[in-house]
Each structure stands twice: as structure tokens, then as C-alpha cells.
Write a protein that binds this ligand. Structure first.
Ligand SMILES: Cc1cc2nc3c(=O)[nH]c(=O)nc-3n(C[C@H](O)[C@H](O)[C@H](O)COP(=O)(O)O)c2cc1C
Length: 170
């Protein structure tokens, strides 16, 4: 299947390591993987202008890097959201990319979703996980897995192996 990974981190660090481990496993299993570095993109928040639902016919009035993410929402069979925790939430960049999906309602083909989260402290994940689960359900995607890495788990061989195995089994 075609898997789009939306990496919400603005830097190459712990989240990128999780993304790479996932991509390795998924490719080994024969899946096509597209990594979108959303955290490095310029994506503004939704303006709630409703242009997309009127004259725009599904197109956003804002011309920014969301144009690079939209094809993934349209073509992917599975979407993986990956993010460091910033103040108990996914990054602002990834949140903006998720909220801008409003223009098309939901991904056109994707029926599966997964979440990769990285943090410094032991368990700041609850609110990001709750938002992800509700968004996936609303968007018609089944949650097939959530993997978190906290503190020393980041970059550890055990955690990277867990992620690789998870992706390989998809
Ligand atoms: C602005 C900011 C806010 C953060 N907020 C939290 C937090 O609420 N809880 C936490 O455990 N770690 C927090 N962190 C730490 C990151 O989640 C952690 O270092 C993560 O591994 C970074 O991933 P990255 O290497 O992909 O950037 C924060 C870091 C930054 C820069």
C-alpha cells in the first residue's frame, strides 16, 4: 500500500529516527513510503473562510506548503502522523496540516492511520493521543497502532526495532 508519513518535527532528531525506522520496516514489507517533512514546511492555520466549501470546490484559498501535503491526503492508503510532544500536543506545524484537511473533509483513500510520538518526559502523551484517535475516527481511518518514545527510549535499539517490526507487519 501507499503510506504517507507526516513528520511534524522541525528538526532531524528523535522523531526523524522513529520515522526512518518505520519507513525501513514498511519498505521491507513492500509498501511505498512517502515522508513529508511537515515540521519544516510553512503551513498556516485554517482561516475558516469556507472558500474551500464554496467557490474553491475543495481547494484552499491559502497558497502555502499545504499544496505539497494535499496529494498525500488524496493518494495514500495509510497516513502516519509523527511528532515530538510540544506542551502536551503535536507540533503546531502538524496540527495545522491536520486542520487544513478541512478543505477536503477527509483523506480520499486512506483507511488506516498510525501515530508515532516522541517526548522528553515519561508520559505527556494522553491529549495528543486523544486528538489523534478522534481525528482518525472522524476521517474514516482505523487506528492500527500508536508507538511512543519517552526520554531514554528515544533512539534506543529496542524502540527502533519495535517500530520497524510494527511497520513490517502491516
Ligand atoms: C517547544 C517544545 C516543547 C516541548 N514540550 C514538551 C512537553 O510538553 N513534554 C515533554 O515531555 N517534552 C517536551 N519537549 C521535548 C520534546 O518533545 C523531545 O525532546 C522530543 O524528543 C523532541 O523530538 P525531535 O528530536 O524530533 O525534535 C518539548 C520540546 C520543545 C522544543
Amino acid at each position: 500500500m501507499k503510506i504517507a508519513i507526516l513528520n511534524g518535527s522541525p528538526r532531524i532528531g528523535n522523531t526523524a529516527a522513529m520515522v526512518n525506522a518505520f519507513a525501513e520496516g514498511a519498505k521491507e514489507a513492500g509498501h511505498e513510503v512517502d515522508i513529508l517533512h511537515v515540521g519544516k514546511m510553512k503551513i498556516s492555520g485554517c482561516l475558516a473562510c469556507e472558500y474551500c466549501h464554496s467557490k474553491g470546490e475543495g481547494k484552499c484559498v491559502q497558497k502555502d506548503d499545504m499544496e505539497k501535503v494535499m496529494p498525500a491526503y488524496k493518494e495514500a492508503d495509510m497516513i502516519v502522523y509523527a511528532s515530538p510532544i510540544y506542551y502536551f500536543a503535536m507540533t503546531a506545524q502538524l496540527s495545522a496540516a491536520i486542520q487544513r484537511m478541512y478543505a477536503i473533509g477527509k483523506p480520499e483513500k486512506a483507511t488506516k492511520a498510525a501515530l508515532l510520538l516522541s517526548s522528553a518526559s515519561p508520559n505527556p502523551f494522553d491529549s495528543a493521543i486523544a486528538a489523534y484517535k478522534a481525528t482518525a475516527a472522524l476521517s474514516g481511518m482505523e487506528n492500527v497502532g500508536i508507538i511512543t518514545a519517552a526520554g531514554d527510549e528515544n533512539g534506543s535499539e529496542v524502540k527502533m526495532g519495535e517500530i520497524r517490526d510494527f511497520a513490517k507487519a502491516l
